[in-house]
Design a protein around this ligand. Structure first.
Ligand SMILES: Nc1ncnc2c1ncn2[C@@H]1O[C@H](COP(=O)(O)OP(=O)(O)OP(=O)(O)O)[C@@H](O)[C@H]1O
Ligand SMILES: [Mg+2]
Length: 868
C-alpha cells in the first residue's frame, strides 16, 4: 500500500531513466506521484495504479554512499543507477556490485587511475573497489592457494575494457615485481596486437576488433615466467574497407604515414596511386584505406609505426623478418587497388567475364610481387574458378567469373592474408612468451588447491578482453557469434554469483532451498545444444550446399513450430521466435525479410538476418586460393596456407564449428579458474567526460549481465540489514514496546521486531494478513543479518516512514514557533525604539534622540542578521 510522502524510483522517458518521486496523494486504487526536481519540460506528476506502484523500488537513501551496490538496502536497477551516477560525478569510477567490479569510463584522466597511485596501493586485503584490488586478490589467491585465476572484462565497444586491462597489467607487474624478457614481451605484445587488431570506429577511436585471452604464468617466486595469448573473431570485413566515420586497421595507416624511404621502395608503396593526379601515396591512394576516415583522433600514426618496429623486435623479429610482414600488408593494399571490368569475350553473357582493368594491371603485378606468387596465376585465380564435380579432380573444369565475383575473390584473398598474418603474429608472440614452463592448458583437470612446492602449470592469471553483447538494426552472423560468446560467459558469471549468494546464506544459517535462480540454459541449448541447435543446423545446410533460405526454414520448423521437431527441446523453442513478415522492416528489403529470426538473449531480444550466412560459415575462401597462396615463395605466407591447401575442403571445420570448439576450450579453462569480473560501462554515447546518461548506462547494465545480480538478489532476498542496522532502523516504531529490546541476543530482538512489524500492518490487506512472514520465509533472521523479500520490506517501511513523517512535522512546528516568536520580539523592540525616537525628536532632546536612533539601528541590524 502506498503512503503519502513515500519515496520511490519512477521510470521516466528522459536521460535520467529513473527519477526520484514522492507519493503526493493516495485515492482508492490510484497513487499520485510527484517527481522531485524534474528537468525542464518533463512531466511533474504521474498517477499509477497501486499494483504498478508496488512494482517500483523504494528509495532507501543509502544510494551513492556505499561503494558495494549489493550492500544497498534494496538492490534494484534504479538504486544501482543512482549510486553509479553519484559516484561517477565524484570521479569515483570504480564500484563493486558484489563480486563484480563496475568501471564507469571517465573519458578523462582521473586520479584513481594514475600509475603513481597504483604503485602506492600495495597488496593489502581490504581495499576500495579498483582494478588494482581485483588483481591483488587474484594474485594473493594464486600464491596462497596455487589455483589458476581469471579476470573477465566485458562491456560495449568504448566502455574501457582494454584500458582496464592495461591498469590490471600495471598492477600485476608491480605486485609481482616482474621484469625481464617475458614481462617486456607480454606488455609489448598487447601494443603490437593493438596496431594490427584495433581500428577507429564510430564508437571508439581505438576499438579492439577481436576478443583476447591473455594468460600470464608465474613461477614459484611469484614472478611472470611465461604467457599465452588467444584471439577470438578478428573482424575480417574491415580489411577490405571501413564504413563512413571509421578506419581500417591502424597498422595500414602507420605504415603509409611513416615507412622509411627504403621501406617504401621495398614495399613498393610509392608506385601506387588511384588519385586523379596519380601522386598520392598515403592512405588516400588505396581503396581499402580511403573509404572511411584517414586519421583517427588520439592515434599518432608516426609514433605507432615506430612502436610496431620496436614491439616486433622485442618478440624476436629481425629487420628482414619485419619487412616480410610489412610486405604482406602492402600486398593487401595493392590487391585492393586491382579493379575489374567486363571483357569483350563475355559480352554475350549479360554479366560479362571479369578481367583486370588495364588501369590496375600494375597494382596486380605489385600484389603478386609482394605475395611472391606468379602474376599470371594470381590473375587466373582472380578471374576464374575451378569447379570439382562429385566425380573428383579428373573431371574438374574452369568457369570465368563476373566482375563482381572477381572483386569478391580479390577481397577474400585480402581478408585471408590479413587474418592469417594476425594469427601468425599471435603464434610468434606465444613463442616469445613460452618461457621454460609447461604449456598453460593442461589436458587433465586438476584440483584448484595445490601446495606451493608442487610443480604447477595452473599458476596463471588469465585476462579476457571480449566484445560485449550486440544488438543493432541489422544483426548478422558476427553478432550471433558475439552474442553466443556472451551467453557462454554469462552462464559462468551467474554460476559464480549464485555460488556466492548461496555461500552467504549458508554462513548465515538461512534456508535457500525454496529459491529458484534464473539461468540462461535455454539460450545455450538453442545455440550450442548437443542434439539440435542453430550452429548445427547451419553446418548441416553448408554440408548439403543448401541456401540461407533453407537454413532459416529449418530453424523455423525446428524451434518455431507449434509442434517442434522431436529433437528440439521446449526450453530452446521458448527463446526462439519467427518475426512477423514485413513488419517494421525499414532496414531490410523484401529478399531478406524471410531470412529473419529472433533469439531472446539474457540481455534482450535480438533479431538476426541470415544473409550470406552459409558463405560466412564456410569461411569464404575457395579451395583454389589456399593452394595459390601456399605456392608462394614467401616462406611465411606459404606456411600460413599449407595445411589449408592440403586439407579436404568438404571435411574442413566450418567457421562456426571451429569457433564453438574454441569457446568450449575457453569455457573449460575458465571453469578451472577462480573468476573475477570487471564490467565496463560508458556513461554516454558521445565519448565525453562529465556526462552521465541514465538510459545509456541502464542498457549496458542489462547487457553486461548486471541484471543477473538484481535477479539473483530478487529471487532470494533483495533487502538485507545487519542485526544492528535493522534494530536501529525500526526501533522508532516500537518505542512503546521497550520489552522487545530487553534481550542480550540481537538475533532474538530482530525476530521480535519482525513479528511486531507484521502485527502493525495486520488489517492493511497486504502480505501481513497472509500468515507469518518468518514461517513463510519472506523474512529470515540469520546469524548476523536480517534478510527480507521486497514485499515485506515495503510493508515494514510504512510505519517507519509514518513515524519519520510525524517527527518531521513536529520538528517543523517547533522550528516555526521559535522563528515566529523571535520575529515578534524583534517587532516589539522595533516599535518601542521607534516610539522613543519620535518622542525625543518631538521634545527636541537631541542626546536622547541620538541614543534612541542608535537603539533603533541596533534593532534593524538585528533584523538583518542572517537567520541560523
Ligand atoms: N580508466 C580510464 N581513464 C581514462 N580514460 C579511459 C579509461 N578507460 C577508457 N578510457 C577512454 O575510453 C576510450 C575507450 O576505451 P577502450 O579502448 O578501453 O574501450 P574498449 O571497451 O576496449 O572498446 P572496444 O570494445 O571498442 O575495444 C579510451 O581510448 C580512453 O579514451
Ligand atoms: Mg578494446
Amino acid at each position: 500500500m502506498a503512503s503519502v510522502g513515500q519515496c520511490v524510483w519512477l521510470p521516466v522517458d528522459d536521460d535520467e531513466a529513473y527519477a526520484l518521486a514522492r507519493v503526493k496523494a493516495v485515492q482508492g486504487d490510484s497513487v499520485l506521484l510527484e517527481r522531485v526536481k524534474p528537468p525542464r519540460g518533463a512531466k511533474k506528476e504521474e498517477t499509477l495504479l497501486q499494483k504498478a506502484f508496488e512494482a517500483l523500488s523504494v528509495v532507501s537513501g543509502s544510494e551513492g554512499e556505499t561503494c558495494d551496490l549489493v550492500q544497498l538496502e534494496d538492490v534494484s536497477f534504479a538504486a544501482m543507477l543512482s549510486a553509479l551516477r553519484a559516484r561517477s560525478q565524484r570521479d569515483e569510477i570504480f564500484t563493486s556490485v558484489g563480486p563484480v567490479l563496475v568501471v564507469v569510463n571517465p573519458y578523462k584522466p582521473v586520479a584513481c587511475c594514475s600509475p603513481d597511485l597504483i604503485r602506492k596501493m600495495g597488496a593489502g586485503e581490504s581495499m576500495p573497489p579498483h582494478t588494482h584490488s581485483i588483481v591483488a586478490t587474484a594474485y594473493r589467491n594464486l600464491l596462497d592457494e596455487g589455483g589458476a585465476q581469471s579476470v573477465l572484462v566485458s562491456g560495449e565497444s568504448g566502455a574501457g575494457k582494454t584500458e582496464s586491462i592495461k591498469l590490471c597489467m600495471t598492477s600485476l607487474a608491480q605486485l609481482s615485481r616482474s621484469s625481464g624478457k617475458i614481462t617486456a614481451a607480454a606488455l609489448e605484445s598487447s601494443l603490437l596486437l593493438e596496431a594490427f587488431g584495433n581500428a577507429m570506429t564510430v564508437r571508439n577511436h581505438n576499438s579492439s576488433r577481436f576478443g583476447k585471452w591473455c594468460a600470464l604464468h608465474f613461477d614459484a617466486n611469484g614472478q611472470i615466467c611465461s604467457g599465452l595469448i588467444r584471439s577470438y573473431l578478428l573482424e575480417q570485413s574491415r580489411v577490405v574497407g571501413a564504413a563512413v566515420g571509421e578506419r581500417n586497421y591502424h597498422v595500414f595507416y602507420y605504415m603509409l604515414a611513416a615507412a622509411s624511404p627504403e621501406q617504401r621502395k621495398r614495399l613498393r608503396l610509392d608506385t601506387q596511386g588511384t588519385q586523379a593526379d596519380g601522386e598520392s601515396t598515403g592512405a588516400a591512394a588505396y581503396n581499402y584505406t580511403s573509404k572511411g576516415e584517414l586519421e583517427a583522433p588520439g592515434i599518432d600514426d608516426i609514433a605507432g609505426w615506430a612502436g610496431v618496429s620496436e614491439q616486433l623486435r622485442v618478440i624476436g623479429y629481425s629487420e628482414e623478418d619485419q619487412l616480410s610482414i610489412f610486405a604482406l600488408l602492402a600486398a593487401v593494399l595493392a590487391l585492393g587497388n586491382v579493379e575489374f571490368d567486363a571483357s569483350e569475350e563475355g559480352a554475350e553473357d549479360e554479366r560479362g567475364h571479369g578481367q583486370i582493368a588495364a588501369s590496375s594491371r600494375s597494382a596486380a603485378e605489385i600484389a603478386a610481387d609482394l605475395l611472391e606468387i606468379d602474376a599470371k596465376q594470381l590473375e587466373a585465380k582472380l578471374t576464374t574458378r575451378v569447379l570439382v564435380p562429385a566425380g573428383g579432380r579428373a573431371s574438374m573444369y574452369t568457369i570465368p567469373l563476373t566482375p563482381d565475383q572477381c572483386r569478391d575473390t580479390r577481397d577474400a584473398i585480402a581478408r585471408a592474408v590479413y587474418t592469417s598474418l594476425f594469427d601468425k603474429l599471435i603464434a610468434d608472440i606465444n613463442t616469445s612468451l613460452a618461457g621454460d614452463t609447461p604449456k598453460l592448458t593442461p589436458k587433465s583437470k586438476q584440483p584448484l588447491k595445490r601446495s606451493r612446492a608442487e610443480p604447477d602449470d595452473e599458476r596463471f592469471i588469465g585476462f579476457l578482453d571480449i566484445f560485449g553483447f550486440e544488438n543493432f538494426a541489422f544483426n548478422s552472423y558476427e553478432q550471433l557469434c558475439i552474442n553466443f560468446t556472451n551467453e557462454k560467459l554469462q552462464s559462468h558469471f551467474m554460476d559464480a554469483l549464485i555460488r556466492r549468494q548461496e555461500e552467504e546464506w549458508r554462513r548465515e544459517g538461512v534456508a535457500s532451498t525454496h529459491v529458484v535462480f534464473p539461468d540462461n540454459a535455454a539460450q545455450l541449448e538453442l545455440l550450442d545444444g548437443a542434439t539440435l541447435c542453430v550452429f548445427a543446423l547451419l553446418d548441416e545446410e553448408c554440408a548439403i550446399s543448401g541456401t540461407d533460405d533453407g537454413f532459416v526454414s529449418k530453424m523455423h520448423n525446428a524451434f518455431a513450430n507449434p509442434n517442434p521437431s522431436a529433437n528440439a527441446t521446449a526450453s530452446a523453442s521458448a527463446v526462439y521466435s519467427k518475426p512477423v513478415r514485413g513488419r517494421n522492416r525499414a532496414a531490410v528489403d523484401a529478399a531478406t525479410d524471410k531470412l529473419r529470426f529472433t533469439i531472446s538473449h539474457y540481455a534482450g531480444d535480438v533479431e538476426y538476418t541470415a544473409l550470406h550466412w552459409l558463405e560466412k560459415n564456410r569461411g569464404g575462401l575457395h579451395q583454389d586460393l589456399p593452394r595459390l597462396l601456399a605456392s608462394s615463395r614467401h616462406s611465411g605466407l606459404a606456411a600460413m596456407f599449407e595445411a589449408r591447401a592440403a586439407s579436404d575442403e568438404s571435411k574442413r571445420a566450418t567457421v562456426g564449428a571451429a569457433y564453438r570448439q574454441s569457446l568450449r576450450a575457453l569455457s573449460a579453462t575458465m571453469s578451472r579458474t577462480n573468476q573475477h569480473y570487471i564490467r565496463c560501462i560508458k556513461p554516454n554515447e558521445e565519448q565525453e567526460p562529465d556526462s552521465f546518461n541514465g538510459v545509456v548506462v541502464e542498457r549496458q547494465m542489462r547487457c553486461t549481465g548486471l541484471g543477473a545480480v538484481v535477479e539473483i538478489q530478487r529471487s532470494g532476498y533483495p533487502v538485507s540489514f545487519t542485526h544492528g542496522a535493522f534494530v536501529r532502523r525500526y526501533k522508532v516504531v516500537a518505542f512503546d514496546r521497550p520489552q522487545l529490546f530487553e534481550s542480550d541476543d540481537e538475533r532474538e530482538i530482530c525476530v521480535g521486531l519482525v513479528k511486531y512489524l507484521q502485527e502493525l500492518q495486520k488489517g492493511s490487506g497486504g502480505e501481513a494478513d497472509k500468515g507469518s512472514w518468518l514461517d513463510r520465509m519472506l523474512a529470515q533472521v540469520g546469524l548476523t543479518k536480517v534478510f527480507l523479500r521486497a514485499e515485506v520490506y515495503r510493508q515494514m517501511e510504512i510505519p517507519r516512514q509514518g513515524v519519520a513523517r510525524r517527527a518531521a512535522v513536529c520538528v517543523q512546528r517547533l522550528c516555526r514557533g521559535v522563528r515566529v516568536r523571535a520575529s515578534m520580539r524583534q517587532l516589539v523592540r522595533h516599535q518601542t525604539a521607534a516610539a522613543a525616537v519620535r518622542a525625543a525628536l518631538k521634545d527636541k532632546a537631541l542626546p536622547e534622540a541620538e541614543a534612541a536612533i542608535l537603539a533603533l539601528k541596533a534593532v534593524w541590524e538585528g533584523y538583518h542578521v542572517p537567520e541560523p
